[in-house]
Each structure stands twice: as structure tokens, then as C-alpha cells.
Design a binder for this molecule. Structure first.
Ligand code: PHE
Length: 443
């Protein structure tokens, strides 16, 4: 294997297309829905610092590793690990790492789609003017009503799954590239607008303080694990999504620079979401630790009160849905690519099978909050970090130096050595320490 062949699924048309797609994968519900509520549940500033550290020390090196592995193998993660294992003459068992990822993606998408369905329901609420002039309590009531209606949730979950799978069925260039080009920049602009609103609430400083002033006494072992797990989740790492996107990356593109750019954009969006949301929380006497409903109980207050809020509300939830779709497609792409590569089935059929399976599993989240909590904990806090640990060790210690060096083609030796040191030692040790921390080994 030379590292020069192409994927049977096609390629991105340019470096920019890859950046858009990978940023589309990274930026999603994780940034706007999950980051604020888990920050709220874990006491704010200290949690944010651990998360930022994990992005820098664990996330970026692994993103580089995943992209590199995908581009070298030009296959779905399961087959990529098989090929790369053979190339390195390593133990066959490494390919289970590919399986771990595909299963994690499937599990995550099952609930991800239900939450995206809530956002879809909110497009309609915004459109019909449900937020205008409502009190915080009334806005919360709208959310509880939705929670109490499995029928509505299933309906929107279905709409979201159908939309996602029809993009996946269209393939690399046809579906994905087009959609993200316009959507990502617009989402960014709307977030800035929400931050501007947050400044007028009177609790802006209080929000900032909550988000950025660390109080480490509020951090628990589980909080540290959640922060690390979220670094994986938000950057789409540890399950092969970025690997499969890397397999569609043309040669001659700098993987390291691109990864830093993507991680930077992702982090910025999450922080902006936090800066927009917490002032609204405090100004309205809401609980920062309200859980998964947090953005649905806060942002509509802003839309209900600002001029032009009707339009901005509709736009915001529409964009949130699109950000979710561009992440959702990358959650299922490893599985779909695997089916296409291994069986006599075309992309469209593969998309239907996977879509139906994920949809059915999603019903668990509709009917039971604890089902969602368990799957979320299992995937984000355990499977992704474990997958990431495996990927780091594989890229740093199993793959041959001449191969990783050729694939990364870094400008100077120091950059390569730094990356190699991070994935071989720092990242694995960091993940391991966090696991120990949760097991209570440090008391
Ligand atoms: N990164 C996405 C988000 O923040 C979720 C995701 C996780 C996508 C893992 C792909 C793989 O919403």
C-alpha cells in the first residue's frame, strides 16, 4: 500500500471543502446544546478550563492522528485499521478499535437525532410566535409540554433521521459539501447576535464569571471525566468520524494546520454559546444546572424579548438543525462506508438500513430520560476516550515512523516530534489518569 490510492467513495473537492465538512462535523449540538448544560451541571469555570486543556493536549493531537490514518488507508475506519495493522505488521486485534467507533457513532446518533428533533419542533414554535412576550416560566412550560409528548418527539426524530440519511445517501460531494458552505458562517453570525442580546440582560458579567472564573472546589472526578469526554465529543473524535472524512482528503494538504483550525473554530462556537446563554439564565432566575433542556428554556426568552426576535428565533433553530445534520452525517458515515465496502449493497440501501436501525434505538431516548443518560455516559465518557486512547497509541506506537512522517509531511522535525510525543505519551497518560481519577484512585 502506498498511501496514494483514492477512496472508492470519492474525495473532497478541495482543502476548504474538507475544512467545512470537518468543522460541520465538529460544530453541532455538542457546542450549542451540550456544552452549556454540562458546564452548568458541573459548576462553570473550572470545568471549562479542564475542557479547554483536554482540547489542546488530547483533542488536537488525536484529530491529527485520525485524519492521517484515514488518509493513509483510504477506507472506512474498520477496514482502515485492518489495512494499517497489516502494513505495520501489528496484532490483528487492533481492528476492534474500528468496531468500537462504529458502534459508538450508531449509539450517539440514536439520541442525537431526538435532540435535533426538539430543535426542529422549536423552529415551528418560533415561526408561530410562541415565544413572543412569554415569561421564563411560560417558556419552560413549552419545553415540558414537548417532553410530555412522545408522539411529537417521534415525529420530529423521524423527520431528522430521514433528512440526515438522504444527505448520506447522496455521498461525499453531492450532499455534504454544498450544505455546509453557507450554513456554518450564518450560524456564527447569529450567535454573535445572541451574545449582543446577552449584554443587555444586566447579568452579563455574572454569566462571564460563571463561565470563566474557576472554582476547583466544584469539580468532581466525574466532572473531569465529563470535560474530557466532551472534548472528544465536540471535536468528533475517538469514533472514526474524522478518520472517515480524512479518507476523502486529497493528498498534499497539511493535516496539522487544518486540525488546529477546526479545533479552534469549534471551541469558539462553544464559548460563544456559553457567553450567550448564562447571562440569560441568571437574569431570569433560572437554574444553570437545568440539564438537557437548558438552551430550550433560555434562548427563546431572548427571542421573545428582542426586536426582530421572531425572525432570529426561526433562523437560529433552523441553523441549529443544519449544524446537527452536518454532525449527524459524520456519526453514521463510518458505518455506511463499511457496509458499502464489505457487502454488495449501494450507498442508498446502506443508508436506509443504518437509518432505520438508529431510528429504532432513538425511541429509547424518547421514552426514557435515564436511557439517554446511560447511552450518553457510555459513549461520550467511556467509548470515545477509550477509542481516542487506542487511536493515539496506534498512530504513535504501532504505525511505522516513516509512514506517519510521510503522511503528515510537517515542515520541520520539531513539529513532528512534538506530535509524536503527544500521541505516544501525553495523550494516553492523560486519558488513563482521568479514568483512574473517576475510579477514585486519588481519593
Ligand atoms: N461533534 C458533534 C457535536 O459537537 C457530535 C459528534 C460526535 C459528531 C462524534 C461526530 C462524532 O455536536
Amino acid at each position: 500500500m502506498t498511501g496514494t490510492k483514492k477512496s472508492i467513495h470519492g474525495e473532497w473537492s478541495s482543502r476548504f471543502a474538507f475544512i467545512l465538512a470537518a468543522t460541520g462535523s465538529a460544530v453541532g449540538l455538542g457546542n450549542i446544546w451540550k456544552f452549556p448544560y454540562i458546564t452548568g451541571e458541573n459548576g462553570g469555570g473550572a470545568f471549562v478550563i479542564v475542557y479547554l486543556l483536554c482540547v489542546a493536549v488530547i483533542g488536537i493531537p488525536i484529530m491529527i492522528a485520525e485524519t492521517m490514518m484515514g488518509r493513509r488507508a483510504r477506507q472506512c475506519p474498520i477496514n482502515a485499521l485492518e489495512t494499517l495493522t497489516e502494513e505495520a505488521g501489528a496484532h490483528k486485534n487492533w481492528h476492534y478499535l474500528g468496531w468500537l467507533g462504529v458502534i459508538a457513532g450508531f449509539l450517539i446518533l440514536s439520541y442525537y437525532s431526538v435532540i435535533a428533533g426538539w430543535a426542529l419542533a422549536y423552529v415551528v414554535k418560533a415561526f408561530t410566535g410562541s415565544f413572543s412576550g412569554e415569561s421564563a416560566a411560560q417558556i419552560s412550560g413549552l419545553f415540558s409540554d414537548l417532553q410530555a409528548s412522545p408522539g411529537q418527539q417521534i415525529f420530529w426524530h423521524t423527520v431528522f433521521m430521514v433528512a440526515t440519511m438522504s444527505v448520506v445517501a447522496r455521498g461525499v460531494q453531492g450532499g455534504l459539501e454544498k450544505a455546509v458552505r453557507l450554513l456554518m458562517p450564518s450560524l456564527f453570525v447569529l450567535l454573535i447576535l445572541l451574545v449582543a442580546y446577552a449584554m443587555t440582560t444586566g447579568a452579563y458579567m455574572q454569566g462571564l464569571e460563571f463561565l470563566f472564573k474557576p472554582d476547583f472546589s466544584k469539580m468532581t472526578g466525574d466532572g473531569v471525566l465529563t470535560a474530557m469526554g466532551h472534548a472528544f465529543f465536540t471535536l468528533s473524535l475517538g469514533m472514526g468520524a474524522i478518520m472517515v472524512y480524512g479518507s476523502y482528503l486529497p493528498k498534499g494538504i497539511s493535516i496539522a494546520k487544518t486540525s488546529i483550525l477546526i479545533a479552534g473554530a469549534d471551541t469558539l462556537v462553544a464559548l460563544l454559546a456559553g457567553v450567550a446563554i448564562f447571562p440569560i439564565v441568571f437574569a431570569n432566575g433560572l437554574e444553570a444546572s437545568a440539564g438537557p433542556g437548558l438552551i430550550f428554556q433560555t434562548l427563546p426568552i431572548a427571542f421573545g424579548n428582542m426586536t426582530g426576535g421572531w425572525l432570529f428565533g426561526v433562523l437560529f433553530f433552523v441553523l441549529l438543525v443544519f449544524a446537527a445534520i452536518s454532525s449527524a452525517i459524520s456519526l453514521i458515515e463510518p458505518a455506511v462506508a463499511w457496509v458499502v465496502e464489505n457487502y454488495d449493497v449501494d450507498r442508498k440501501q446502506a443508508s436506509i438500513y443504518m437509518g432505520v436501525g438508529t431510528w429504532a434505538l432513538g425511541l429509547g431516548t424518547v421514552f426514557s430520560e435515564s436511557f439517554f443518560e446511560k447511552i450518553d455516559y457510555l459513549t461520550a465518557n467511556l467509548m470515545l476516550p477509550l477509542g481516542g486512547l487506542g487511536i493515539a497509541l496506534f498512530a504513535g506506537r504501532v504505525m511505522l515512523q516513516k509512514h506517519t512522517q510521510a503522511e503528515l509531511a510537517l515542515d520541520n522535525e520539531i513539529e513532528y516530534t512534538a506530535w509524536k510525543f503527544l500521541v505516544s505519551y501525553v495523550t494516553p497518560v492523560a486519558v488513563f489518569l482521568v479514568f483512574l481519577h473517576v475510579l477514585g484512585v486519588f481519593g
